[in-house]
Design a protein around this ligand. Structure first.
Ligand SMILES: *[C@@H]1O[C@H](CO)[C@@H](O)[C@H](O)[C@H]1NC(C)=O
Ligand SMILES: *[C@@H]1O[C@H](CO)[C@@H](O)[C@H](O)[C@H]1NC(C)=O
Ligand SMILES: *[C@@H]1O[C@H](CO)[C@@H](O)[C@H](O)[C@H]1NC(C)=O
Ligand SMILES: *[C@@H]1O[C@H](CO)[C@@H](O)[C@H](O)[C@H]1NC(C)=O
Length: 373
């Protein structure tokens, strides 16, 4: 009697444990699904919190000059920066011509149809729009637009995920007439942001394969990747924060990207597949390497807003020279892998004025921050 009583108690305990395990698994599975639905964009709450505090800090007078200290020298380099914007555009359209693309015709067609596709946000009141390129300052630009377009909401909530979806929706909801106005107006500001394509690739890898962000789910979307971790790399303790070493990832990109760009995730597709100046009449191209100079010039001179709308969050750590970063990572790769990766980003590099010397592994095409820092 006593023995069977003990047995049934044991059974009950065992069932409870199993029930708890099943429940936990359901919860974990549901959370995974939530991540999947969000297109793998992590909810980096810490970042957004930091952002909200930065926002209120920046708006207090004492820290007004914190981001860009040399206000007076800016004025003197005004023309230099304007000229540089022009040179970038000249290079862009020269490259369109060289590729046999009638960019003028494309622009006219678009101006008369207003049918804009792509990753845009806009502030109609500021007569400005931007095409966002992932891993090339898109978050910072998106945030600038959020602050100028919805200052009250930005102040209240800081920068958070909703900013992006609500801005995209607002652009989608903008009438065709207003879109055409923004396209035709010579004074309207039409921006796209770029970055050295190889630094962009390294940055994308560093971000997406970082174990902190749970990107193992990528392997579900790109099952071919599963064959690459530790395929070409040796175990290196110091990089033990990533799901895949750069060497292996580079081999994956070289193998899959040369077959079709469609094989690559948005973060690694060439810049031109996000925003194409041969099709769209951009009038400002900003570079991540000179982000403050470029963004400040545009906000103050074109958007007529204070440069305080530029957040320091997510802007690259200046002490990390992008040329050194690229050399560090690309020197790990086999020459044929480098060649194939370059073939993927060749048109990007030429269009936006970046270079890479395969003999010296030196990246180039840099411009200065122009007496702003
Ligand atoms: C800034 O530029 C404007 C126009 O070029 C000029 O009138 C003004 O004196 C300049 N201010 C400073 C502080 O250099
Ligand atoms: C720029 O903004 C200021 C104040 O915010 C305003 O007084 C001025 O008229 C604006 N200038 C232009 C050209 O819109
Ligand atoms: C920038 O990078 C350097 C070298 O990696 C590091 O020492 C420094 O703390 C970093 N600064 C910031 C603000 O992250
Ligand atoms: C790469 O750099 C080497 C050494 O500076 C130079 O001799 C060579 O011409 C460069 N190659 C290209 C394509 O610029």
């Amino acid at each position: 009697m006593k023995a069977s009583y003990q047995r049934s108690t044991l059974l009950r305990v065992a069932y409870s444990i199993i029930a708890v395990i099943v429940l936990l698994n359901v919860v974990i599975y549901a959370t995974n699904l939530k991540w999947l639905r969000k297109d793998f964009i992590p909810t980096n709450k810490g970042l957004y919190r930091q952002f909200s505090t930065e926002f209120s800090k920046e708006n207090s007078p004492t820290t007004k000059t914190r981001i860009l200290s040399s206000g007076s020298s800016f004025n003197s380099s005004h023309d230099v920066i304007e000229k540089r914007f022009e040179e970038r555009l000249v290079n862009v359209v020269t490259m369109c011509e060289r590729r046999g693309i009638d960019y003028k015709q494309n622009w006219e067609k678009l101006k008369n149809s207003g049918r804009i596709t792509g990753n845009f946000v806009a502030s109609y009141d500021h007569r400005a729009m931007i095409c966002l390129v992932l891993k090339a300052g898109s978050q910072t630009w998106n945030n600038i637009f959020w602050r100028i377009r919805s200052p009250d909401q930005a102040k209240k909530y800081g920068f958070y995920e909703k900013a992006e979806t609500s801005q995209r929706q607002a652009f989608y909801d903008l009438s065709l007439d207003k879109k055409m106005e923004l396209l035709k107006d010579d004074d309207a500001v039409r921006i796209m942001s770029v970055r050295h394509p190889l630094a962009r690739m390294i940055s994308g890898w560093g971000n997406k394969f970082n174990k902190r962000y749970f990107y193992y789910l990528w392997f579900k979307q790109y099952p071919g990747m599963l064959r690459y971790p530790n395929k070409y790399s040796k175990w290196r303790g110091e990089r033990d924060g990533y799901f895949m070493e750069f060497v292996d990832f580079a081999e994956y990109v070289a193998d899959y990207g040369t077959v079709s760009l469609e094989n690559l995730d948005q973060h690694f597709k060439p810049i031109l597949s996000h925003c194409d100046p041969c099709k769209f009449p951009f009038n400002f191209i900003t570079r991540l390497e000179t982000f403050y100079t470029d963004a400040r010039w545009i906000t103050e001179n074109k958007l007529n807003v204070s440069a305080n709308v530029i957040s320091p969050v997510n802007v690259i750590n200046k002490s990390k020279d992008p040329a050194l970063l690229i050399k560090d990572y690309f020197s790990q790769l086999k020459p044929d892998v480098i060649e194939r990766i370059l073939s993927i980003y060749k048109v990007d590099m030429e269009t936006f004025g970046y270079t890479f010397n395969t003999t010296t592994l030196t990246a180039g095409g840099w411009e200065k921050e122009t007496s702003l820092t």
